[in-house]
Design a protein around this ligand. Structure first.
Ligand code: TPP
Ligand code: MG
Length: 438
């Protein structure tokens, strides 16, 4: 497709196209899967992808109206996904099952929305399931997670049942917030170490950094997986929170989910650097670029980043490139997204690619796959019926349990604080009272 050369000069110009690199000529997923050599981007950031797409969104003004067109090679062959260095057969199949559960739960949510049984909007992670699931799968029980709206798969891995998520969207009494909040605004700080997202983009970064600092004060370095979109990464709180984690060498693993759109804003109008992972240089932490539709890449890179975090070696910034395959939420038909994008990314759908990989390795037969899909369908139907049958909360309970009882002590998760006592007579005064939490 041709670039629009008449873009208004007053508008931001599209970034210089990435060097056109043809995709490696490998399409097999069988044993002896290809080893695509690891690339580095021009700033030296490792790029684990098997291909580097070279497309761009271009603004076009016609009859006083703005619309987007695209440039680039949309017909590039689809490369096979990478082998995982760590995942065995059972783990890979478990990830695949969670991905199926994620996709089918969202299909059920979409239907519930259309039946007007959902209170508020529904935000879908279609196309991003592999990233959500495989990244959360790299966490240990004692680690933390700060999900965003499209990470319902991560919540499943963390232990929320599909019925709980559906009840949450339907504001039912059985929901994690017992019908007091809707949508994705739920978490669990007691068992699942999951920070509830709020609407304000970026604000979970200072919170997860604080959690990890708390853990360190209690004598333990843990990993904390946080997600932010290509839009949300531009916010002040995202910078402040992640910078703090970088400075304190906290194990925050930040996945920037680069899905090409922030609501209706294309990434070309969102940030001026070539790759979001380049931001790692500014923060002073290791960075990596991964294909968000390849669960093996996602798992391996997040796993290694979490291990670093647990060793007390600090934060990591990972950019996962993929595509938001629906509108921002159910109310948004995404008509502003040029069609070639959908066609290109549909061919790279994480579900199909992972299914093919598992079959190619002989880890999943067609019959086992059918059985797996049937069992996931069954579970989703059962959970949906449970959610549907759950009552709405009683009006008189609306204010119950909204605030923490001040007299209640919050138990330490990892042990009593290990802090140095500083003598009042210390000549250095305030400065020496500052513990640097190393
Ligand atoms: C601080 C802040 N600014 C604006 C918004 C409104 N808003 C909600 S979602 C969204 C787009 C988010 O895009 P992105 O971060 O790329 O995530 P995606 O939806 O693509 O997953 C915007 C602008 C918000 N919630 N918070
Ligand atoms: Mg986005």
């Amino acid at each position: 497709m041709k670039a629009n050369t008449e873009t208004k000069p007053s508008k931001p110009q599209p970034k210089a196209p990435m060097p056109a690199k043809s995709a490696p000529a490998v399409t097999s997923n069988g044993p002896g899967n290809q080893v695509v050599p690891l690339r580095k981007n021009p700033n030296g950031i490792p790029d684990y992808r098997a291909e580097v797409p070279n497309f761009h969104t271009v603004e076009e003004w016609a009859d006083g109206k703005l619309r987007y067109t695209v440039t680039g090679d949309f017909d590039a062959p689809v490369p096979a996904i990478r082998e995982s260095k760590y995942l065995n057969k059972d783990q890979s199949l478990e990830i695949y099952r969670y991905m199926l559960l994620n996709r089918k739960m969202e299909q059920a949510l979409e239907n519930l929305f259309k039946q007007q049984k959902v209170i508020g909007g529904v935000y879908l992670g279609l196309g991003q399931e592999g990233c959500s699931v495989a990244s959360a799968y790299a966490l240990d029980k004692f680690d933390w997670i700060a999900p965003m709206i499209r990470n319902q798969g991560a919540m499943l891995v963390r232990g929320f049942r599909p019925a709980e998520t559906m009840m949450q969207y339907m504001a039912k009494v059985g929901a994690p917030t017992k019908g007091r909040d809707s949508g994705s605004h739920y978490g669990d700080i007691h068992e699942k170490n999951c920070i509830a997202p709020i609407s304000h983009l970026g604000d979970s970064l200072p919170v997860i950094a604080g959690c990890l600092l708390g853990a360190r004060i209690q004598g333990r370095n843990v990993a904390g997986l946080a997600y932010i979109g290509d839009g949300g990464q531009s916010t002040g709180p995202c910078y402040e929170g992640f910078n703090f984690a970088a400075v304190q060498k906290l194990g925050v693993v930040l996945i920037m989910e680069h899905n090409l759109w922030a609501y209706s804003t294309p990434v070309e109008l969102q940030f001026a650097c070539r790759d979001l992972a380049d931001r790692a240089l500014g923060y002073g932490v290791p960075g990596a670029i991964i294909d968000g539709t390849d669960p093996n890449q996602v798992y391996d890179v997040v796993h290694e980043a979490c291990e670093r975090g647990r060793r007390g070696e600090g934060a990591t910034l990972i950019e996962a490139k993929m595509m938001r395959m629906k509108g921002h939420a159910m109310h948004d038909a995404a008509l502003y997204v040029p069609k070639p994008y959908f066609e290109y990314w549909k061919k790279r759908d994480c579900m199909g690619r992972f299914e093919q990989y598992l079959m190619g390795r002989g880890w999943l037969t067609a019959k086992q796959n059918e059985e797996l899909i049937r069992s996931v369908d069954e579970q989703i139907n059962k959970d949906r019926d449970e959610a549907d049958a759950s009552p709405f909360p009683n009006g008189e309970d609306a204010a119950a349990n909204l605030f923490k009882n001040n007299a209640e002590t919050i138990p330490f998760k990892y042990g009593p604080p290990k802090v140095k006592k500083v003598s009042k007579d210390d000549k250095l005064g305030e400065a020496s009272n500052v513990s640097h939490y190393k």
